[in-house]
Design a protein around this ligand. Structure first.
Ligand code: ADP
Ligand code: MG
Length: 876
């Protein structure tokens, strides 16, 4: 039993055009019977029926049997609607593209009957009952109005609805179909409740058990109907012969049967026969009966009585309840299949749309590619690794200020080591045969192997003097270019590289490959230091002191005599055996490089074989020059001998060559001399030796110093305010990013605009698609399909469409770009064009996201409306 309590309904509530459509309606309806709502147009009959049928919301409460619904909860109503209420609409609301059979099957599935046997049994029975069985395979649009209405009744019946809501079910039907449809409804009303709106008072009075009169949204009157009523059906198409006067005339050639009403005029007829055809003319208008659709009955007209209705048999007691929940995968699978078919059988216009969606994919791919190119920082050419830090300042500062910072950091032991990374142009060249040779140039950021404690060797060994270790990245690039001759890391061991620095060339051999993922070369320390030293002033002095050389017994006399005490402070010298025509100069005067004249008393040669042409040995107490602060000298343990004092222990200490005039304990520019050394090496023989740190600091104060940090907290303790320490690698990346992000900003705004455009485009396309689909949506919704089910279908539609259109466009564009990028990058040997699989995947996700959000937006908005609103707003 349905009970309505205090139902009120407004349209446009709170607005100027507010209409109070239903006024305080209280109503109880029986469980069975046919109840008709009669009333003038606009009186609120449809609205009231929609409220009862759950197609519309209203204020008040309504209960179906025990279930009471206050302030309509739509999903609860949806369930009751689909299970218990059947709808018969004035305009039938069949799914026009579906067959008669599947219109009914869909209605069954909506209440959870998926069992095909049960489905077909019920459908067959119901269709037979309404006389539509032979049309079961026809699509709904191919049926006449009366046929469609019968199918729509069958649809309500097949699910055994307890309540049938019929809003002007015969409004669009002719009188004959009206009678037939009404007969069916009447019969159903024996076992369920039929609520019907009609304009036709006779029909209402004849068929109804009770009539409710509505006026201005309120119940005006309610009365039970007389069972003995008859219905004067229209006679339009039927001729009842017994109601006409009859005369018969039999002639020899023509016999005539004449039926006429009392108004008939006298008639003259002429019949002419020619070639077996009879031509008729008459004094009144003539029509051939076969050419009309009149039915001729040899009986009297009889008004319809209740007994006449009984030919419709209907019994649903055998229906089985096979209701169950559908497997969600199957549900989704079905939805996908449906979406797929929708696309396959789409009309031309829609196919153009798919093309447009393909273009969306292309555009979004372009956005993604651009984004990737601006957001990915190309780290491949960064020639540092994360282990190094550098000192930065927001002011331009003098070298001494910077060096004093380092001094402080060194003194409080907050840094582990100091290094200077040199960018050296390296070249490998090798002649393969007459026509072929390899020439490979590349830049190596170089560092002493001393610094390599954080790397692992992948192959080879530590670098000896004049050997180098390459990082795996450099090795990989080398191998990539020269795969044919150098396919593996091992094949690179022993190859000779030329390092160019200034004008000088240092030859080094590759001794190993390290796992450092960045561009890096680790040079033997001594070689590294020597390279650094030689980059400074080239100091050489070929003048040697007799007393010192004698002490270390470094030379042999080849000709003439050795120097003696008598030669002290004279201009007598020993001349190098390498001097041009040295023998001839014996006992002669020569003018040497310092423009002084010397007298040669003997010819000598160094025992180590390092004699050069300019060498000469002189016997004086001191060399004729002041101390030179050779800050470009370093010590290499193999090449010097400590002869006095000790080695430097602090970065503020040094040892000087025995040739220096300064003595131990002297302090030069804050650096204390703590020892003296002797070195046979000409270059080294005249310098000062400092600690490694001091040397590196002296190499390059201008921010070119990197260091490893031991304790960043301690660093910050000693640094002056304007200084700060940054990780070099991050610093470089930050710089690159800052550059790229400026471009990204511009590009990002463009992309954003494009994405907004795409989104709007998607929204409107999906909206227009939805509107063109509004009819079936309205039908599904009014039949009680849950919002979720409709959402699911839309989600699946979007998913299938995006996958088959936009995603293809997207992937296509991305692949083309990647191919081009790979070629260009290969040609240029750098990452000029960047792409990232992750950003591509992210872009694809964005593609789906945009489509889901903006594609579903119209349907989300539509689903907020009640079924009645959907039907009326879009006027299906
Ligand atoms: P009936 O079915 O008796 O002809 P309705 O129930 O369709 O009447 O309509 C009752 C009143 O409500 C009418 O005045 C109609 O104009 C108004 N109405 C119906 N639907 C809407 C709507 N969606 N928005 C605003 N007014 C409406
Ligand atoms: Mg109406």
């Amino acid at each position: 039993m349905i009970k309505l309590k205090q139902i009120n309904k407004y349209y446009n509530k709170g607005k100027e055009n507010e209409i109070h459509v239903i006024h305080d309606v209280n109503l109880e309806l029986p469980n069975t019977g046919l109840v008709s709502f009669l009333g003038p147009s606009g009186s609120g009959k449809t609205t009231l029926l929609n409220v009862i049928g759950g197609l519309d919301k209203a204020k008040g409460s309504i209960s179906y049997d025990e279930i009471e619904i206050e302030k309509y909860k739509m999903n609860k109503v949806d369930k009751i609607r689909s299970q218990q209420i059947g709808y018969v609409f004035q305009n039938y609301n069949l799914l026009l593209e579906e067959t008669v059979y599947s219109n009914l099957a869909i209605a069954l599935e909506m209440i959870g009957i998926y069992d095909e046997e049960e489905q077909s049994k019920r459908i067959e029975y119901t269709l037979k009952a309404v006389g539509m069985y032979k049309y079961r395979k026809k699509r709904a649009y191919a049926l006449s109005g009366g046929q469609q209405q019968r199918v729509s009744i069958a649809r309500a019946l097949v699910k055994q609805a307890k309540i049938i809501i019929a809003d002007e079910p015969t409004g669009n039907l002719d009188s004959e179909n009206t009678i037939e449809v009404m007969n069916i409804l009447k019969k159903i009303s024996k076992s369920s409740l039929v609520l019907m709106v009609t304009h036709n008072e006779e029909v209402a009075n004849f068929y109804s058990d009770q009539v409710i009169r509505i006026k201005d949204g309120a119940i005006l009157d309610r009365y039970m109907c007389d069972e003995n009523q008859t219905l004067q059906t229209e006679q339009g198409n039927t001729i009842y012969l017994k109601d006409l006067s009859y005369k018969e005339e039999k002639g020899e050639l023509v016999s005539l049967q004449y039926y006429a009403s009392s108004e008939a005029k006298p008639l003259e007829i002429r019949i002419i026969e020619k070639n077996g055809t009879y031509y008729i003319s008459g004094s009144e208008k003539l029509k051939l009966l076969e050419e009309t659709n009149l039915k001729v009955l040899d009986q009297h007209y009889e008004a319809l009585k209740q007994e006449h209705i009984e030919q419709f048999e209907y019994d649903t007691s055998w229906y089985k309840d096979t209701t169950r929940k559908e497997n969600p995968f199957k549900k989704f699978g079905k939805a996908i299949l449906k979406s797929f078919n929708k696309m396959r059988f789409a009309k031309k216009r829609a196919k153009f749309l798919y093309f447009a969606f393909g273009i969306i994919g292309v555009l979004l791919a372009i956005c993604t590619i651009g984004f990737a190119n601006y957001v990915i920082v190309d780290e491949t050419h960064i020639s540092l690794d994360e282990a190094y830090y550098q000192l930065e300042s927001n002011k331009i500062l003098s070298d001494t200020t910077i060096s004093s910072q380092f001094e402080k950091m060194i003194n409080n032991e907050s840094i582990e080591s100091i290094s200077s990374i040199k960018f050296i142009q390296a070249q490998f060249s090798k002649k393969i045969n007459f026509s072929e040779s390899i020439l490979y140039s590349f830049e190596i950021p170089l560092i002493g192997y001393y610094e390599a404690n954080h790397v692992q060797l992948l192959c080879g060994q530590e670098p000896a003097v004049e050997e180098i270790i390459l990082s795996k990245k450099l090795a990989d690039q080398f191998i990539k270019k020269n795969t044919y001759y150098y396919p593996t890391y091992d094949s690179l061991l022993g190859i000779e590289l030329q390092l160019y620095q200034g004008g000088a060339v240092t030859k080094v051999k590759v001794s190993g490959i390290s796992d450092n993922p960045h561009n890096f070369g680790y040079l033997n320390d001594a070689t590294y230091m020597k390279m650094n030293a030689s980059s400074w002033q080239q100091v050489s002095s070929n003048q040697r002191l007799y007393s010192i050389e004698k002490k270390y017994n470094t030379y042999n006399i080849l000709e003439g005599r050795d120097l003696t005490e008598t030669d002290l402070e004279s201009n007598n010298i020993l001349l190098s055996s390498k001097y041009p025509n040295a023998i001839d100069k014996l006992d002669q005067n020569v003018i040497l490089a310092d423009n002084k004249t010397y007298h040669v008393v003997g010819i000598f040669e160094f025992v180590d074989g390092n004699t050069i042409a300019d060498n000469f040995i002189i016997h004086q107490n001191k060399l004729d020059r002041a101390f030179t602060y050779f800050k470009d000298r370093c010590f290499t343990y193999e090449e010097y001998k400590l002869v006095e004092g000790r080695l430097p222990e602090k970065d503020t200490e040094c040892i000087v060559s025995v040739y220096c005039s300064n003595e131990i304990g002297d302090n030069l520019d804050g650096i204390e001399i703590v020892g003296k050394y002797y070195a046979e090496n000409t270059t080294l023989g005249f310098g000062a030796l400092f600690t490694r740190t001091r040397v590196i600091l002296s190499m390059n104060y201008n921010g070119g110093i990197t260091f490893k940090v031991k304790d960043i907290g301690k660093i910050n303790e000693v640094l002056e305010e304007k200084f700060y320490v940054v990780n070099s690698y991050e610093h470089i990346i930050k710089g690159l990013k800052e550059d790229q992000y400026t471009s990204l900003l511009v590009f990002g705004i463009l992309s954003l605009a494009l994405i907004v455009t795409i989104s709007i485009f998607i929204y409107f396309i999906m909206r227009s698609r939805m509107i063109s689909d509004i009819y079936p949506i309205g039908v599904y919704r009014s039949l009680g399909a849950s919002k979720f089910k409709l959402f699911l279908q839309f989600i699946s539609d979007i998913f299938v469409m995006v996958t088959l259109t936009s995603l293809l466009g997207y992937i296509f564009t991305t692949i083309i770009f990647d191919t081009i990028a790979a070629n260009i990058n290969n040609t240029l040997s750098m990452n000029a064009l960047k792409s990232s699989i992750w950003i591509s995947i992210l872009g694809a996700l964005l593609l789906y996201l945009l489509n889901f959000i903006f594609g579903l937006l119209p349907i989300v908005m539509l689903m907020r409306k009640t079924p009645a609103e959907i039907i009326s707003k879009y006027d299906i």
